[in-house]
Write a protein that binds this ligand. Structure first.
Ligand code: MG
Length: 268
């Protein structure tokens, strides 16, 4: 049977065919195949493919001043101190606080929130270095790890080409942003994130994948994306059961990226 005939059959599943599927297991497999979704977006392209089309560039407009956190938010950083944060070994946070922002101190490791979170709305502002150094993944790289596991990429993606599933606003290694709405190096940018943690069954297998919606500078860049698992470099590890609440982590990738005005609203 040639491929054209297969397509033709797939479009003509009728009651009589279902009946014959019950009688004929080979045909049943055939019907199931025809009913499966034809695309799996996260895996259409090999991970980190440079052949993947670049998301269109959208100018989000000029920087905006920070707005105060909503009254029911948990403020994680208001510009003054790191009392809500720790180093990875639970010692005092080592990043540099100055002039209302916190800056990655290269080599000190991730910044880890003292509290754990599950489903959240998260607001966080970031700026990559004004003095441009390096290229691709070595320019203004950091990242926001929801539950310490699922990375929303932070990168200087202003006229800086890299693999699309690793540019700013990508769910790292899984899904590029819908558009590139970044501002230039040194400019303040805002992520507004809605994150739903994965759900696991009692036996530890996956019940529902994690989902993420993200606006960058007010522009939608991730639309309820279902994560295929923990994010990773050159790997797509499967989901592994974990607690319902885990700390938020900010990545030390060796570049002096800055953050300010960080707050979360818990959704569960
Ligand atoms: Mg990163």
């Amino acid at each position: 049977m040639n491929p054209l005939q297969i397509v033709n059959c797939g479009l003509r599943i009728e009651t009589s065919n279902i009946k014959s599927a019950i009688l004929n297991p080979k045909f049943a497999i055939f019907i199931i195949g025809a009913m499966l979704p034809t695309t799996m977006p996260a895996q259409q392209w090999p991970q980190h493919s440079m052949d993947r089309p670049r998301p269109p560039v959208v100018d989000p407009g000029p920087e905006r001043p920070s707005a105060p956190a909503p009254k029911d938010a948990v403020v994680l950083f208001d510009g003054s101190n790191l009392s809500q944060w720790r180093a990875e070994d639970s010692s005092a946070a080592k990043w540099t606080v100055r002039d209302g922002y916190v800056e990655v101190k290269a080599g000190t490791g991730m910044l880890v929130s003292a509290r754990g979170f599950g489903d959240v709305q998260l607001h966080i502002e970031w700026a990559t270095p004004a003095v441009v150094q390096g290229e691709s993944q070595e320019r203004g790289n950091s990242g926001i790890f929801l539950m310490g596991i699922y990375e929303l990429q932070v990168l200087d993606s202003y006229q800086n080409d890299t693999y699309p599933d690793g540019q700013a606003g990508a769910i790292y290694g899984e899904n590029p942003p819908l558009v590139n709405a970044t501002r230039g190096p040194g400019k303040w940018q805002e992520y507004d994130i809605v994150f739903h943690r994965p759900r696991f069954k009692a036996d530890g297998t996956l019940d529902k994948p994690a989902r993420m919606t993200v606006l960058l500078n007010g522009v939608l860049i991730q639309d309820n994306f279902e994560l295929v698992g923990p994010t990773a470099n050159r790997a797509r590890p499967p989901y592994k059961a974990h607690p319902d609440r885990l700390p938020l982590k900010l990545q030390d990738h060796g570049n002096p990226v800055r953050y300010r005005n960080i707050w979360v609203r818990e959704l569960e």
